[in-house]
Design a binder for this molecule. Structure first.
Ligand code: F6R
Length: 249
């Protein structure tokens, strides 16, 4: 695991955007795995700016998102479909046909999950997967559980995740209780993984991810076994890590 610790959220966002720029520069038709949540918003802002300045070109890029709430229409401003368009896709030169997000409104969950996994495989697999991390160390919506789930599947959200995400809704009761998410197996298949985390609330999850036992109760711990992963953290998220284990940027 490579770990880079940046001064603050702005520096993390810039560093993460530079990694995506390098990826697309090396392979213009890259397959990106993307995440929602508050952490990647700054990275997306940087990418929009780079696209405006013609430093980065998304015309051949394909994207797959990690997850989507179940039974929340795409027109709802809290759906991840809506989020991705509002925070990135509407402002860059990506071909809409090259965007894929699990369809949370599907009437056939199994068929949708199979379609999603098969489409990622047909595209050649994800070149770089962007991840955030939950306070409970979830990745995507793979909550702490007793098994690592492989492919895309329906999950029940943890009470702590519902509470954490209530800030985006009018109240906690409005937060969907289920989501479709790529499994830990799908995430693990990505050629590269870049996990970004900021703030003290993530410090324990990061500590357990880096030093803890690899167990499904700490979903992100599986990342210890990936051979091309970088963690980009701010000082607060890194505060429990030993200084010799990371580089500062
Ligand atoms: C989002 C996702 C989640 C978030 C995590 C952190 O697509 O899969 O795992 O990355 O909940 O969210 P923030 O960034 O809001 O702290």
């Amino acid at each position: 695991m490579r770990i880079i610790v940046c001064e603050d959220y702005e520096a993390v966002s810039k560093k993460a955007a530079q990694m995506i720029l390098s990826q697309i520069t090396l392979k213009p038709n890259s397959i990106l795995g993307l995440a929602t949540g508050s952490t990647p918003v700054g990275m997306y802002k940087n990418l929009i700016q780079m696209n405006k300045e013609k430093v980065i070109d998304f015309s051949e890029v394909k994207t797959f998102n990690l997850d989507e709430y179940y039974n929340l229409p795409r027109t709802n401003n809290q759906s991840y479909y809506y989020f991705m368009h509002e925070n990135l896709f509407n402002y860059i030169n990506i071909n809409p046909a090259n965007i894929d997000i699990p369809n949370g409104m599907t009437e056939n969950i199994e068929a949708e999950c199979d379609r999603y996994d098969a489409t990622i495989k047909e595209a050649g697999g994800i070149d770089i997967q962007v991840l955030g991390i939950g306070n409970n160390a979830h990745i995507g919506f793979n909550e702490p559980t007793v098994n690592f789930e492989k492919g895309t599947h329906l999950v029940q959200l943890d009470e702590s995740t519902i509470e954490a995400n209530a800030r985006f809704f009018n109240n906690k009761d409005e937060v969907p209780k289920n989501a479709l998410t790529m499994g830990v197996g799908s995430i693990f298949k990505s050629k590269k993984i870049m996990l970004i985390a900021c703030g003290e609330a993530k410090a324990e999850a990061i500590y357990n991810t880096v030093y803890g036992k690899v167990v499904p109760e700490v979903p992100a711990s599986i990342l210890q076994f990936h051979n091309d992963i970088v963690l980009i953290l701010d000082k607060e998220a890194a505060k429990l890590l030993n200084k010799e284990d990371y580089k500062t940027a």
